[in-house]
Each structure stands twice: as C-alpha cells, then as structure tokens.
Design a binder for this molecule. Sequence first.
Ligand code: VG1
Ligand code: CO
Length: 574
Amino acid sequence: MAHQVKEIPTKPYDGQKPGTSGLRKRVKVFQQEHYTENFIQAIFDAVPPQGATLVVGGDGRFFLKETIANILKIGSANGVKKFIIGQNGILSTPAGSHVIRKRKANGGILLTASHNPGGPDNDFGIKYNMSNGGPAPEGVTNKIFEKTKTISHYKVLEAPQVDVSKIGSFSYGPSEVEIIDPVSDYLEYLQEIFDFPLMKNFLHNSPQAASFKVLFDGMHGVTGPYAKAILLGALGLPESSVQNCEPLPDFGGGHPDPNLIYAHTLVEAVESAHIPFGAASDGDGDRNMIYGAGAFVTPGDSVAIIAEYASEAIPYFKKGGVKGLARSMPTSGAIDLVAKDKGVECFEVPTGWKFFGNLMDAGRLSICGEESFGTGSDHVREKDGVWAIIAWLNILAYVNESQTKVQGGAPAVIGIKQLLEKHYAKYGRNFFSRYDYEEVSSEGAAKLVDKINAHISSGDLKGKKFTSPSTGTEFVVKEAFNFDYTDPIDHSVSKNQGQVVRFEDGSRIVWRLSGTGSQGATVRMYVERYVPASAGPAELQRDTADGLKALIEVALEISSLKEFLGRDKPTVIT
Ligand code: VG1
Ligand code: CO
C-alpha cells in the first residue's frame, strides 16, 4: 500500500547543539514552528533509520505526547520499521536503555530534561541513544548538530495520530508500533541482578526487620510506577514506604532533582520518623540520593561503597565479577581507593554518562558514578537511580545478615551511617561539595574561564600558597590544567572538560560550565579534600561544610568568582 509522505520546507534554527545529555531547552523554544521537527529530522539525517527498530519514551513531562507524535510521523516517513513505545510515552531513562538492549533495537529517543522542572514554562529535552542503549557519543551528536545547520525540509507521514495509552501492536503507515508496559522488562531484569530473597528476608523476617523502615520519594517523576512495582510489589513493603510516586507533567511544580535541597520532602519525612533508609530519584529516573536518618551519602561515597561490596553481595557481580571501576573527572576519588584495594582498573572520564559506554562495551568497566547523583553499572548504558537504591538495600541486607550470622541474637542494625563510618575507617574520607551558580551571564562565566585559563597557560599558580582567611589553613598549588580526555577504546579526544587546580595535600578544585542548562550559563565549582583514615574518627566524621570551608574560600579567591559572576552565594550547594 502506498503511504502518503509529505516534505515540509523549513529553515535551520541556531543553537540545536546537544549538550552533556541531549538537546535541552525551554518548552517554549521547542514549541516554535518546525523547531522540534527539525531536530528529529536531523537525528534521522545523521543516523538513517531505514529498516530500524526505535525505542521511544520519556519521563512524562509536558510536551511528551506532542513530541512522540512528531517522532512517529517523521520517523515513519524516514523509514523506521518498528517503534517500541512505553505506555503513555513513559519510560525511565535506564529502563529505556534496557529495552533498547533487550529487544535489540537499533537505537532510541528519550524525551526528558532529567532533573530540570517541567511544564509549559519549563524544560523539555530530546536525546538520541545508540544500539548499545547508551547516549550517542560526541561523534554522533556533532553530526546531528551539523545536520540542524543545513536542514531545508523534513518528511512526515500523513496519518492520523496514534493512541499510545493501550498496550499492544498495530501498524502505522509502513511501520509497526508496539506499545509496551514501561516497568515489566526492567523489573524482571532487576530481579536477576539483585538478591531479592535476601532483601525480603531482611525486610520482613530478620532481627533487624522491625526497626528497618524504608521511604522512597519519586519526586513526581517517572520512577513512581517502577518503585511501586519493586518496593511494594516484589519486596512486599507497606504503602507507607513510597511518596510522591504519581508521575506528573510538571512534577507537581517541584524541581525533580534528588539532592538535599530539592528532595527536602524526603529529608524531612526521614528525619521526623527516624527512618533508617530513605532514597529519591530524579525526573527521568537516572539519578538517586541515598539518605537515612542523620546520614547523607555523597554520590562519590555511594558508588565507592557499592563497588566495595558488589562482588560479595550482589548476584550480578558475584557471577560476572567487577571488571573495572570509573568516575567522571569532578567526582571524588573515593572509588579510586576501592579500585586500588581490589586491584582493578579505575578510569576518569569527562562529565556525562556517554563517556562510560565504550569502556563497558569493551568489558573493562562494571561500576561507575558521577558526583551529580548518578550511579550505575554495565547492566544498562545509562546511570540508574532505582538500581543504585536497590543496590544499597541489597548491600545493607547483606551486611546485616553477615553480622547476625557472626554475633547471633538480635544485633543492632547496621544502617547507612554505620556503613559510611566503616568505609571511612578503612579508606579515609573524600570530603566533597559542588557549588552551582545557575543562569549567570554568559559573559561573566566566560571571563571566569579566561582568568583560570590565563593561570593555566602562564603556570603562575604552581608553588603558590593560599591561606584561608577564616581557618588559617594553607594550600600550596601543585598543578593547574585543563582536563582533556582520550577514550581508551576508540581514541576519540574530548578537550577542555574542566579546569583543575590540585594542591600539595591532594585537595583539588574543579570549575566547569554546565552542558545541560537551558538558559544563560551555569558555572559549577567542585571542591574535594581527602582525609586519611589515620586522622581518626573525629576528623573523619566532621560535617562536610566544616571540612571544606577553607578550601572553598581559596577556590573563590583563585577564580575571582564573586566578582565575575556577581553572585555572593551559589544557587545550590550539593
Ligand atoms: C549534569 C551533571 C552530569 C550529568 C548530566 C546529566 O551535567 O553535572 O554529571 O551527567 O547533568 O544528568 P552538566 O553539564 O550540567 O554539569 V541527568 O540526570 O540528565 O540526565
Ligand atoms: Co536524569
């Protein structure tokens, strides 16, 4: 049967360059005439989809349905053979990655602006993923960007809009469409990865069960249905173990970013009810925060602790082993210490999950993380919030069970706090914090970058001593450089991925411009200070802000940040 395909003339838009994680803009920008259509056609011009199977889904935010309709129209006209779409357009980012891999699709389009707020006045995003389930590497995103600059028309199939609300298959013009349950493939996979019988036993029958309560906060993002299926369904926890688990197009007006500031509903609930295990995830489900009463786990510590216990506690790693570890450059070096202890490789890659994919595909990387509340493994090719949360539950169940075996009777619960303390006592502690200056002027941000670059090229910081005005602590600069990365597998080079100043005592400061902001510029400043285990419990258990105060003062001084950005305080501290 001949299907009607129409060519619509269009003109290029400026600025359709995918950032750290796809194209992210205000909804209003995507709503401009032909704007979204241009970008979708550019994807298909860069990666021709003839005969391809394409997975499509997103985090449920405003403008999702309209975009899915466009992907179907344009994709079908460009030759997509089959679309696999989450029911109602819903697929968490990691579940999308899994569906691509499991069903051997050629790629996928994930519709999310992650942790950025949603709704008509907020953000939307489009990201292309490859057949390995991971975000397209820079070679591909650059090609997409090139296509957006010369686009002159896009193709559409002339057909009525399809209904994505019912599970099942139907044909759409020359293509096939399958609407799938967004949760079931993923749930089944997690049940293979983790020790569900161990967790169930711990949560229901162990001596610690009565006092070990769990609270998960979906922040009205995409993970609500996943968390309910896993925590309430598979693990049999009571309804009271989840909150904010209805996905909403505007995330209930909130900022779906799981950190101490935006996930305050979780923090407050955990503290007021003394809940030992709290967790939250972001809009599209790839980020996570682990927070128990009185104990916040920094993402750098979280991935290090998962790496520490994985091969003992988690069936997936018991079976496959831990091949290597990795972190993004600004992330603290806690995981490096675990890698050293275990004698496995550890990689430092630029910010953005796409940089982990080649290492995983090559069988050299099993567990990795980013300081931005991203943790994951080679089970998929995206970071995975729910995976990280269940990994923690699995590990806590394991250490408590091991302790019960040794001591018998009803030993005290080993909670998040005790596990952190144990880790610090073995490895020392990497105090870490990130300061974000959001939506500052691009001009000011450029001046800040230029100033640090001037220091880097003149070498004038080397050997220079900086003294914190409030504590008197001295820091002597060891080196200052721009972080460039050569991928060990395909040897592609990514330059200028952050400016680093390292000190003699091992502390460091990093500055980077965000690649996910949708407006103006966002400057991120990362500070890290290592305290060895020999410093003793009092030093190791200090409050983060206190442990980093001196270094932050020095970081502000070196960069003249306040002067260039005109901001006295960061927008967010994590
Ligand atoms: C930020 C984080 C980075 C993360 C990216 C996507 O990027 O710093 O670590 O990979 O967001 O996260 P940037 O360029 O703004 O610093 V999310 O949960 O999109 O998908
Ligand atoms: Co996200």
